[in-house]
Design a protein around this ligand. Structure first.
Ligand SMILES: [Zn+2]
Length: 149
């Protein structure tokens, strides 16, 4: 590890702790300039490729998923941290599957399931796009189903 202050390549670890995401934080001190800084080690897990309805493959994009959920949650009382947590949980679950590829609907199904409990209006907005509810009748039956639950 090179010191970010002076570039010296010898540092001493003065403290090691675990962070909440299963990583390790090391507090270091440079033996040359005495500056202190922290480094983090986290496991890098592979996220499976998403296979779309038409058979094409797409890489999982945290940003894209986040953007879609943000649009659904626009002007709704949903905190940004809740959206981030939701996306983080979905990504973690995909990685834990340990597969090279999964159908992309797995992602949409999870969003749908989670949004339902987070905000019903956001859920309906997302469902209109994701479930391709493209006429008033199918949107209404989805809302009726929701109200009946
Ligand atoms: Zn240094």
């Amino acid at each position: 590890m090179k010191c970010p202050y002076c570039g010296h390549d010898k540092t001493r670890v003065i403290d090691t702790s675990h962070d909440t995401r299963g990583g390790i934080r090391r507090r270091r001190v440079c033996v040359n300039c005495d500056q202190r800084y922290s480094t983090y080690e986290r496991p890098v897990l592979a996220t499976p490729l998403l296979v779309k309805r038409d058979g094409t493959r797409e890489e999982f994009s945290r940003d894209k998923l986040m953007a879609g959920i943000r649009v659904a949650c626009a002007k709704r009382p949903v905190a940004a941290v809740d959206i981030e947590r939701l996306v983080g949980e979905i990504e973690a679950r995909l990685q834990q599957m340990g597969k090279a590829e999964i159908p992309s609907r797995h992602v949409g199904d999870q969003v749908i399931g989670q949004l339902k409990s987070l905000d019903e209006v956001a859920y309906i907005r997302y469902a209109i796009v994701y479930l391709r509810l493209d006429d008033l009748e199918s949107i209404r039956s989805e809302i009726d189903r929701l109200l009946a639950e």
